[in-house]
Design a protein around this ligand. Structure first.
Ligand code: SAM
Length: 254
């Protein structure tokens, strides 16, 4: 997969809003060591550093391109390259925070207890994941990717819905947690510009699919998606496009 900080950054304000909303609900006074999993270009990490300027913060991502961008914006933060699917902290963190990464990883039944085991007693695991896999954008991606000629090329690349209902995470983590604060928010992202929803998903959901196609194929695939997305998410007369988006949040305190 090849994550592109420039494409991701097209809507950085809208993408950072849930990161800020998650952070605003964390009830920890002064966590000394914080990890930001899937830190991307450093936007979510920057929020953590502003709230807790004395904390030692580690931003972790598997994309060198994202980390390069992050390093330029905040050289004083410890940026590390790792695959969170395999990651375990060497010493526990008071806060493990992750905005918009963990829906990319499978087997949540194993993943979340493992992440929680890297949180120090009295600390917290704070997570935001999109829970919009039944939205028109995802249904359109699936329908085009499963049709000819794309089905053969994209076989195995389409992600199944990896995010369960909120009570699943409550049951999963409640044995090891004192308190779990869990909620959903449906945003109405207001996007500027032409083909806004297409440009949004080019920075995220389409990343693994486009990685399997050559340049000409990418153009054809994107053309097919563009028309269907424009019909599902019509651009308003003022040039803006409304993009409803449901997200799941939880903060699990050990
Ligand atoms: C949607 S971005 C989130 C960026 C940022 N946290 C934010 O709040 O906007 C997801 C990030 O997760 C990273 N990522 C995807 N799979 C990963 C994995 N297995 N391990 C570590 N990082 C991963 C991507 O490189 C990307 O930077």
């Amino acid at each position: 997969m090849s994550w592109d900080p420039a494409q991701y950054g097209l809507f950085l304000d809208q993408r950072t809003r849930p990161a800020a909303d998650l952070l605003a609900h964390i009830r920890l006074d002064a966590p000394a060591h914080i990890a930001d999993l899937g830190c991307g270009p450093g936007n979510s990490t920057g929020l953590l550093a502003t709230r807790w300027p004395k904390a030692a913060i580690t931003g972790i991502d598997s994309s060198q391109a994202m980390l390069e961008k992050a390093r330029k914006t905040a050289p004083h933060i410890d940026w590390q390259c790792a695959d969170i699917a395999q990651w375990r902290a060497e010493t526990p963190f008071q806060l493990i925070y992750s905005n918009a990464l963990l829906h990319w990883l499978d087997n949540h039944a194993v993943l979340f207890p493992r992440l929680l085991s890297s949180v120090a007693k009295g600390g917290a695991l704070a997570v935001q994941m999109p829970r919009n896999f039944d939205a028109p954008s995802h249904r359109i991606i699936a329908s085009v990717a499963q049709s000819a000629p794309w089905a053969a090329k994209l076989d195995g690349r389409l992600r199944e819905n990896p995010v369960a209902a909120p009570d699943y995470y409550y049951h999963l983590l409640s044995e090891d947690c004192e308190i779990i604060d869990i909620w959903e928010t449906s945003y109405l992202h207001v996007l500027e510009g032409e083909d806004a929803v297409l440009n949004w998903i080019k920075g995220t959901a389409l990343v693994p699919l486009l990685a399997a196609l050559d340049d000409d194929e990418q153009n054809d695939f994107i053309c097919e998606l563009a028309a269907r997305l424009a019909a599902a998410y019509p651009r308003r007369q003022d040039g803006r496009t409304l993009f409803p988006f449901r997200r799941l949040f939880f903060i699990a305190y050990r």
